[in-house]
Design a protein around this ligand. Sequence first.
Ligand code: UDX
Length: 488
Amino acid sequence: NLFDEKPIRRQEIAANVTNFMNPKGHINPFTQLSLKLASRGFTITFLVFEHIHQEITQARNTTRPATSPDPGDIFEGVRKGSEPLDIRYRVVSDGLPLEFDRTGRLEEHLDWYLNGSVYDKLEEAVGEIVMGSKPRPNVLVVDTFYPWASKIAKMFELYHASFWTEPALVFNLYYHVHLLREHAHFDCPDLRKDPINYIPGVKSIEPKDLMSYLQEKNTSTNMHKLIFTSFEDVRFADCVLCNTVQDLESDTVLILKKLMPFYPIGPIFRTKLSLNIVHTSLWCESSCTNWLDQQPDGSVLYVSFGSLANFTQDDLMEFASGLKLSNVSFLWVLRPRTVLHEHGELLPEGFEEEVNGRGVVVPWTDQIAILSHRAIAGFLTHCGWNSVLESIWNQIPMLCFPVFGDQPTNRKLIVDDWRIGTNLCDGTSMKRKDIASKIQSFMSQKSRVEFCKNIQELRKLLENTLDIDGSSVKNIDVFIKNSEMYWS
Ligand code: UDX
């Protein structure tokens, strides 16, 4: 087994640059990719923005015992056998003051991000890593949402791997946005409403299932600029690594492979490596296992909207009331600041008492562990891509509540294509009674039988891809092989 080979000390592979907005859905896959590459013998430099580093540190300081490691230490206890992995942690400023409210003032943050100031900082940081490290790094792995990655890679003669942490379908749609424009399905005063059937590798997709940004009327926001420039830049990448599974999205992957070196390497959170990992989550987690252990098998609905989705206070209250009315047992991850500009308590006092021990609300938890608990029966999810893959791995059907970005498109895959879940809501406000009745119907045994059968099949695909001759393992090998030409 390749994975059991003693790691060979190889050239440093990456300044591993993660996303600037701090979504766990981007940073977690970077952490996991770093572990995979380091276990193959590469030295990794993991580069994060200072504001993300600060957020992690603050959260740790308030909720963890004083003895817990700094974020910079997270990779320190990771070994493969007795061999420590060489992952270095570096922090870079984006040039804005740390106290700048990056979530609440996203457009302003993006303005700063796009005007080149962040580029200068990154160029400087990557330059220091390249010049100051021994051996000299040869590969730059960057989140696809970095619009100037190819420029930096070229400047320092690095192999440029663009890491796409969402489904191949979403990559493909952004990549072909010019076709949507030409056919008046995007950025046009008189938008067409009929199905889209001219994107290579996509049989047919309804306009309502496009990513939220491609459904907006105003297409000149900074978010749009970021998407367009990133997808121009990615055309210059040496390869694209994608956290998907070839057989899960075979038609789309086939087309993308014809257009560029496109390597599906997911599910990135799984590996057949026997790593001794002390702690690889950058975030503080509440343990819910005591409560879950007391619940019957397959009785609990797990609820989480990931790390970025926001709601109005009214919608959140309506949702909480619907959950309460449903009489279903639940474990709800409710992030602080789920309501923008709201720093206080999000739920009315006594909410948990009112549900009589039937539900638990926590700010953050170890989702992968929760989804594998025998008590969990379903996942009410915002359809973030990592959540989708983790749910498939644990064979947990999904109740979909997409909010923004790729989530409406991911919903289509879950509900319409793979039939492993159903809709709660399509982004429009819902009333508590409808929420309650949809939750009840989803949790009834009858509705879940077909989903469970289908999800079992998908789990097999995910397992197979991680075998020694599985597509994800082979794709990582090809990526490593192709990047060898940059080894000095
Ligand atoms: C973001 C976007 O919102 C999403 O649409 C896109 O597909 C990826 O980037 P995020 O909102 O963070 O992602 O959602 P998701 O992709 O589901 O990732 C969340 C990650 O956080 C998962 O790996 C999940 O295991 C983890 N998580 C979530 C926890 O560890 N604990 C929790 O309590 C909740």
